[in-house]
Design a protein around this ligand. Structure first.
Ligand SMILES: Nc1ncnc2c1ncn2[C@@H]1O[C@H](COP(=O)(O)OP(=O)(O)OP(=O)(O)O)[C@@H](O)[C@H]1O
Length: 858
């Protein structure tokens, strides 16, 4: 700062005297302390007019006028205007930093006043020799805070408050700034003071000449001490002095009321703070010492503002409230991180990342600093926890787009699995409304079944084995040298996979164990996410997850003693890279950060643009991901095996009954050949049973060349009539079809007559039964005769059961299935699922059965 205005206030600059010799510091401090007191006494004597000739009043008035004009220019608006008259309409913000601020009115004559200004932010500090228990100091601190907060650009001034004696009352009207993170709750004891000092020390830049840490916008920290806590010791006092010495270069400033503290012992005797303007509260006015590096007076012997200063009083409450409310609102808007903050710069080339050594992306911001997390040898797998609605989906979607924008599909493949009802990964697959997909996605399971999850893990395990072999074959020890691209598998609500002591859980746990242990050296990484990671059964693989991310309510991914996730708000997460380990309270934890992350769907347009951009950049030959949507029904007409059969490419006759719960959704088929027992029985009370039978019959018909086989179709129950009729019409285009009733069916059971008997409602067979049935079942297949039947009640089959190899169960309880098969099978009846058991091949698959398309779907 230079120029005529400055010269008016500070015509003579001085050397700043540093107190640096530790050996004689206490003595020196005491001497300086006395000296400062003597200066204030001398000033008081002068200002009280003791033995000094009164200057010329006219000259005084002229000077006061000049100073008023100068002050208005140096401290405009909020910084210098009397607050009791300040309009609420005066806009907040202004230049950065607001350098001069008013302390009160200097009154050289009874009828002449000018604003008493000090340089503070950007220059140094302020001490007042009385604490805020003095009403004048109390008022001064509040008015200083309002002025500085209102004048600094919103969000650029962070206040840390300490009030050891007054319990923080002086800061109470500013409470609205706490939620916005602009002001801390006041520290009221020694530990609180230490925490504030520790934070302030961190604020200092690590070294001189280092580029500013805060890259986005400049910010300053102002530590306001209204009174030091009792029992504040020499150590804390020295830390305050050290902060005063180093702070201004890093944007750290202090206002300390009650400094110097009363010199109780030599140890606690403090010199004036370096780089500080000292205010001495007298009665009724205050004396303002010279600011750091400058002087108010023109006479070298006078080192204070040569006029009594009446300190500003407590500002009007509504004014403080209005300023705080506006700042808090602004801060809420400004501190929002957006998805673009996590993505590469818009000008950067798409897919510039090289995954050889690992993958990395920005997961959020720690203050102004982007936090980069990696998938590499040190942090191969991540675990994410958070209660429902805590933003897990948001976090994962951010990570997937972050990686998807940085690495090409050749460098990164994604396997996405979601076990809960919801839409976590739905946006990465083609839909009717948006046919694009995330080109990295290889397989996506939405509302997936455990069996499907298991199939994905098996596929990854097989890939891992392939990669291990490739490493060995190539004779290299590091995956990076193989250049295969990395695989990331994300599993949302993974405990579903491990729930229950069944074979699925056991195999899934074993696969997770092997994948997490060996995956890192093969470029295979996992993110496991859940509302609660309390899994029963083996969880040894947790040890392979050094990265733990706790969203609100997700503290159980951290060690039990680590409570750093307590009270997290939505949009924030604790990111711990030491397996969730905590550390001493209040200690700096290098392995733990709290980040803010955006809601990726806050800007749908940006997101949609990004997805289209990524999709547009894909290899045009690339296939969309294999998608499994647990809720979706499956239809024969969409099935690739059926289409191939219609086109004359069937390998052998088979009933196609649904899609298996594997990664490729392979077609579940029951083949018909000449071996014994090649008959299919569908069991289920639901109409779905008749629909599966319909699909089975159509598909068998398609497997035969036209006019090469014969169908006998019967419906013994009303529920089957409509489908039986439609089926007869449909198959009739290709094959010979005969429709019969119960009596007609009895006449069509001759095993030597090749072809298929298709019976809807087989359990409704008349009481005298179908005498020829056993013969057909036993001798038919060898002569090309097979039975396809739907049974509403499986118990009716008891007698002939052994002769039928193909059993398909819909809503049949596990106990009945077990009774029929002769041993328990892994099965939970549930909507839209079926179990196909082949007695002869001893194979069992869970599948999504082929149903009739609904009206609106077709
Ligand atoms: N960073 C954020 N900032 C603000 N709102 C967010 C943020 N992240 C998510 N939300 C909002 O919070 C809600 C819940 O988010 P999300 O669906 O990601 O949670 P979740 O943990 O996946 O929940 P659930 O487990 O129930 O599916 C959504 O409405 C979302 O828009």
């Amino acid at each position: 700062m230079a120029g005529p205005l400055w010269d008016k206030f500070y015509p003579h600059t001085q050397e700043v005297r540093a107190v640096s010799d530790p050996a004689s510091r206490a003595r020196q401090a005491a001497a300086l302390h006395r000296q400062a007191a003597a200066v204030a006494d001398a000033a008081t004597a002068v200002l009280d007019g003791d033995g000094v000739a009164m200057p010329d009043p006219l000259e005084q008035h002229r000077l006061v006028e000049e100073l008023r004009i100068a002050a208005a220019a140096l401290a405009p608006g909020w910084l210098g205007a009397p607050l009791e008259a300040q309009s609420l309409n005066t806009p907040l913000g202004g230049v950065y930093p607001p350098q001069f601020v008013r302390l009160g009115a200097a009154q050289p004559l009874d009828d002449a006043q000018f604003p008493a200004l000090v340089p503070l932010l950007g220059t140094g500090h302020l001490t007042i020799d009385a604490t805020a228990t003095d009403a004048r100091v109390f008022g001064l601190l509040r008015s200083l805070l309002v002025r500085l907060l209102a004048a600094a650009p919103a969000g650029s001034l962070l206040v840390r408050a300490v009030d050891g004696v007054g319990g923080g009352e002086v800061f109470a009207p500013f409470a609205a700034l706490r939620d916005a993170g602009l002001m801390s709750p006041p520290a009221t004891d020694r530990q609180g003071l230490r925490d504030v000092l520790a934070e302030a020390e961190k604020w200092l830049r690590p070294g001189r000449g280092v580029a500013p840490r805060r890259s986005r916008r400049d910010r300053m920290m102002l530590v306001v001490v209204a009174s030091l806590p009792e029992l504040t010791e020499g150590e804390e006092l020295r830390r305050i002095a050290a902060l005063a010495q180093q702070g201004p270069d890093s944007g750290l400033h202090l206002i300390v009321a009650g400094w110097p503290p009363p010199p109780l012992t030599a140890e606690t005797t403090q010199a004036p703070l370096p780089r500080t303007t000292m205010v001495s509260v007298r009665n009724p006015y205050a004396v303002i010492g010279d600011p750091p590096g400058a002087t108010y007076g023109s006479i070298p012997s006078v080192s204070w503002l040569n006029a009594p200063v009446f300190l500003d009083e407590d500002p009007p409450a509504h004014l403080v409230e209005a300023v705080c409310r506006e700042l808090a609102a602004h801060s809420a808007a400004a501190s929002r991180v957006t998805l673009s903050d996590l993505l590469p710069e818009p000008g950067d080339q798409l897919w510039a990342g090289d995954a050889a050594e690992g993958l990395s992306t920005v997961v959020g911001h720690d203050g102004e600093t982007p936090l980069v997390l990696r998938f590499n040898d040190l942090t191969p797998h991540w675990m994410v926890g958070g209660r429902s609605g805590a933003g897990k989906t948001a976090f994962l979607v951010n990570v997937l787009y972050g990686l998807g924008a940085r690495y090409s599909p050749a460098e990164l493949s994604l396997y996405l699995l979601d076990f809960k009802e919801g839409v976590t990964f739905a946006e990465f697959v083609p839909t009717r409304r948006d046919r694009t997909w995330l080109p990295h996605a290889r397989a996506v399971g939405v509302e997936a079944d455990r069996e499907y999850g298991l199939a994905v893990l098996r596929e990854l395990d097989a890939e891992m084995t392939r990669r291990s072999a490739a490493l060995e074959e190539a004779g290299v020890s590091r995956f990076a040298e193989l250049r295969l691209g990395r695989i990331l598998c994300v599993i949302d609500e993974f405990p579903v996979l491990l729930a229950g002591a069944d074979p699925v859980a056991t195999e899934a746990a074993a696969l997770l164990d092997s994948l997490t242990r060996r995956g890192r050296s093969c470029g295979i990484h996992l993110i496991l996410a859940s509302q609660s990671v309390q899994v029963h059964g083996p969880r040894d693989f947790f040890g392979q997850f050094p990265v733990r991310i706790a969203l609100p309510g997700g503290g159980d991914v951290l060690e039990p003693a680590n409570d750093s996730a307590a009270g997290l708000p939505l949009g924030t997460a604790v990111v711990n890279t030491a397996g969730g380990l905590g550390g001493p309270r209040g200690a700096t934890r290098g392995h733990e950060r709290v980040v803010r992350f955006p809601d990726p769907h806050a800007d749908e347009e940006l997101l949609s643009d990004l997805r289209h951009k990524l999709w547009g950049a894909r290899d045009p030959e690339a296939q969309p991901p294999r998608v499994f949507a647990g809720y979706a029904s499956q239809h024969l007409a969409d099935d690739p095996t059926y289409r191939a059969a219609l086109a004359g490419r069937a390998l052998r006759p088979a009933a196609l009954v649904g899609r298996a719960l594997d990664v490729n959704l392979s077609t579940a088929a029951f083949p018909f050949d000449a071996s014994p027992g090649r008959h299919l029985a569908v069991f289920g009370t639901q109409a779905a049973g008749s629909e599966v039978l319909d699909a089975a019959a159509r598909s068998v018909a398609a497997c035969h060349q036209p006019r090469t086989t014969r169908f006998v179709i019967a419906s013994l129950v009303a529920e089957g009539d409509r489908l039986a009729e439609a089926l007869a019409a449909e198959i009739g285009h290709r094959q010979e079809v005969v429709r019969v009733d119960a009596a007609g069916l009895a006449a069509e059971l001759d095993p030597s007559r090749p072809g298929y008997r298709v019976v809807f409602g087989m359990d409704a067979t008349p009481h005298n039964g179908l005498p020829g049935l056993r013969g057909l079942l036993r001798d038919g297949p060898g002569q090309g005769a097979h039975l396809l039947s739907w049974w509403r009640d499986p118990r009716r089959l008891a007698e002939e059961a052994d002769e039928i190899a193909g059993l398909l169960f819909l809503n049949v309880p596990a106990a009945e299935v077990a009774a029929m098969v002769g041993r328990p099978l892994e099965w939970q009846p549930r909507p839209n699922r079926a179990l196909l058991h082949d007695r002869h091949a001893d194979r069992t698959v869970t599948l999504v059965p082929f149903l009739e398309p609904d009206g609106d779907e077709s």
